[in-house]
Write a protein that binds this ligand. Sequence first.
Ligand code: GDP
Length: 304
Amino acid sequence: QTLDEGLEKSKTSFFSKLTKAVAGKSKVDDEVLDNLEEILVASDVGVDTTLKIITRIEKRVAEDKYLGTDELNKILREEIAALLSETNLGEASEFTIPSGKKPYVIMVVGVNGVGKTTTIGKLSHQFKKAGFKVVLGAADTFRAAAIDQLQIWADRVGVPLVKQQMGSDPASVAFDTLQSAVAQNADIVIIDTAGRLHNKTNLMAELTKVKRVMQKVVDDAPHEVLLVLDGSTGQNAFEQAKQFTAATEVTALAVTKLDGTAKGGVVIGISDQFRIPVKYIGVGEGIEHLQVFNKYEFVDSFFK
Ligand code: GDP
């Protein structure tokens, strides 16, 4: 599945709306801008980021005196690309890790249902395919189902999973996982954590403890804190990003379910607002349906 196919819903909807917004108009005027603003908000770009984009286009209109609607696509694409360039959004295309960290420890956070387990499974598969030795840790110990689901993915991908009983201390599972990874000379450890948004203080305490205990084994772990967000939930995704970034230092985002939504714009808004790179996007339920996020490809897929 290509990025274009995966984002078909967002694309079609964005384009049909944009086409309607400019129908019968030859120049970009206030009405076209108002319509564009509505379309961007409806695509879940977020109000703040939408206003930034509109302001940029207004500036172009003012500078050029006349802006034909036939040029709107091109200008919009340029302005969104420029906006994304101000964030440190990903522009890679391969599943890889920085060298010199062994094992490279990825701590995955996110609420239940967003696709956290699936993303860990798909990511393990890609890393394994790329030649890395991967070990998983089931430190989301609150639900038995979370551990079972992760086991299913571990078996499917063919990577070891370190786990304990449901209800055990997440930090203890993380500790065991890192020890096991070091003993096996693994390249990458992926730790599943904190599946519920309890109150902020608890979440922060749990994640802090997991980190501290991991550092007894690998002193600069985790190297990456990956927050998984469901791209089809719009404002909820923004809210979760807010809560998790307040509770821990999130270094990267994975945005899932972009295949099932007409609201792929959430990626633009979240990147702009939180200044955290989107590293991966989920574009389907299958094992291959995870892609390394590339901002240029993403913008192009909307504006081709
Ligand atoms: P978790 O509770 O966060 O661990 O969520 P799961 O990984 O169990 O995923 C919840 C549901 O979302 C499952 O049915 C997954 O197949 C589905 N899912 C996860 N990622 C994607 C995606 O990128 N696209 C689609 N369409 N479904 C996804």
